[in-house]
Design a protein around this ligand. Structure first.
Ligand code: BG6
Length: 464
């Protein structure tokens, strides 16, 4: 029997992107260098097929065409990020007028097309000069970030009503300081903790600046990549492992951002291993007073966890994985391309938890999507027939719908992503877009999922 899935009036339908992944024009019009430009120059072979962020979908020059296409796909909202190194080359000092012009054009074009702009201030792209002095480990950088944020609010705050301080702040911590998939590509738990702590401070400082400006009807939030953590069994050792994984992966940013304080259990673990960050008493007040006004949830996959089977090497590097093992649950469905489990109910479990444990704060699904390698083989009649992606989005949406029916305060759904984009070390390996891109000709072609998404957005739901 079919069922109708209608979403609340005014639901945000759209997609998310980030500056580095779509803009291109990496050294045009006075843009400074960020960590990705630098790392690629240093080690091009670390990137899939040797492709760096210079090769993208060229949104910098084609934003008009792309925004038109967004409108065609039923978008009423769109998340992009502002590039710090484009707006303020070097991270501090003079504002680049060409960048102001570009972001003004993008924002105006979106609004003219009836698309609400969601602007992220930081999506993994630290200016290299800031990274060279320690990034968010350094309090000066925290302050430079607050200045940059203030500049953005002043320049664009008359039109941008939805701000995001950070996208997935835990990713540069894990990638850059523990697991070698972001720059500075080192392994050092103490520095990881300090960088993560500095990010929380930077987010709070940006919120503080935002509130001072008293911009009418605007809100500021954060986007977190949350994963529900499922223990292998109810055995106390598995339960403990899951609790610790949740502390590191979810609560380390969720609690300070929404509740204004760190979980005491996390503080205890870090203290026990002598890995508390350096902090000042007044920081805790800053965090307490500057919580987010709404929350973006990026959901891709759950975290399945079991008790550690072998004791970690006490002389080895300390990482969160000292406390638990991740595992793939036999029989679970996997996305064979990205190696991530597909578990749609996870999105519902997260939303319910936000309702029950985080005061039902206003939230939206800020990223959800399916990355697939070699999609050309699914082309028929000139279109990528990505039924797997339609299925993926639809099944997740059903769970989002159920969460809303049960009182969760969910305002929208943004798919990752609008068009196939460059993705960090993976470059163009996995394609996520509703729109395919030919990197040689820059031609955009809507995929089957794009047409499907348009229908859903325009009807504010679907029947299945
Ligand atoms: C999210 C990020 O983690 O996942 C995006 O916000 C990223 O920037 C996306 O591209 C998909 O991840 P990946 O590594 O498969 O491209």
């Amino acid at each position: 029997m079919s069922k109708e899935y209608r979403f609340p009036e005014g639901f945000w339908w759209g997609s998310a992107t980030s500056a580095v992944q779509i803009e291109g024009a990496a050294d045009e019009d006075g843009k400074g260098m960020n960590v990705w430009d630098y790392w690629y120059q240093k080690e091009p072979n670390r990137f899939f097929n040797g492709i760096g962020s210079q090769v993208t979908s060229d949104f910098y020059h084609r934003y008009k065409e792309d925004i038109k296409l967004m409108k065609e796909l039923g978008h009423n909202s769109f998340r992009f990020s502002i590039s710090w190194s484009r707006l303020i080359p070097g991270g501090t000092g003079k504002v680049n007028e060409k960048a102001v012009e570009f972001y003004n054009n993008v924002i105006n074009e979106l609004l003219e097309n009836g698309i609400e702009p969601f602007a992220t201030l930081f999506h993994f792209d630290m200016p290299i000069e800031m990274q060279n002095i320690g990034g968010f480990e350094n309090r000066k950088v925290v302050e430079y970030f607050a200045e940059y944020a203030k500049t953005c609010f002043e320049l664009f705050g008359d039109r941008v009503k939805r701000w995001i301080t950070f996208n997935e702040p835990i990713v540069p911590v894990l990638g850059g300081y523990l697991y070698n998939f972001h720059y500075p590509d080192i392994v050092d738990f103490k520095r990881a903790v300090q960088f993560g702590y500095g990010t929380v401070l930077a987010s709070a400082r940006a919120i503080e600046e935002f509130k001072k400006l008293k911009i009418n009807d605007a809100k500021i939030g954060i986007v977190l990549n949350l994963s529900p953590v499922y223990p292998r069994s109810n055995h106390p050792a598995d339960l403990k492992a899951a609790e610790l994984a949740d502390l590191f992966h979810n609560r380390s940013f969720l609690d300070p951002s929404v509740k204004g304080e760190y979980p005491k259990e996390l503080v205890e673990v870090l203290k026990a291993y002598n890995h508390l960050p350096e902090y000042k008493e007044e920081d805790l007040e800053l965090i307490k007073d500057n919580t987010v006004q709404y929350l973006g949830v990026n959901y891709y996959q759950p975290l399945r966890v079991k008790a550690k089977e072998n004791m970690p090497n006490p002389y080895g590097v300390f990482t969160p994985n000292w406390f638990y093992d991740e595992y793939i649950m036999p029989g679970r469905r996997m996305n064979p391309y990205r190696g991530w489990e597909i578990y749609e109910k996870g999105i519902y479990d997260l939303l319910k938890r936000i309702k029950d444990e985080y005061g039902n704060i206003e939230c939206f699904i800020s990223e959800n999507g399916m990355g697939v390698e070699g999609e050309e083989r699914f082309i028929k009649d000139g279109i990528i027939q990505d039924d797997y992606r339609i299925e993926f989005i639809k099944e997740h949406l059903k769970w989002v719908h159920k969460a809303i029916e049960e009182g969760c305060n969910v305002k929208g759904y943004h798919v990752w992503t609008f068009m196939d984009n460059w993705s960090w070390l993976n470059a163009y390996k996995n394609r996520y877009g509703l729109v395919a891109i030919d990197l040689k000709t820059q031609k955009r072609t809507i995929k089957k999922s794009g047409y499907w998404f348009k229908e859903v957005a325009e009807n504010n739901g679907f029947v299945d």
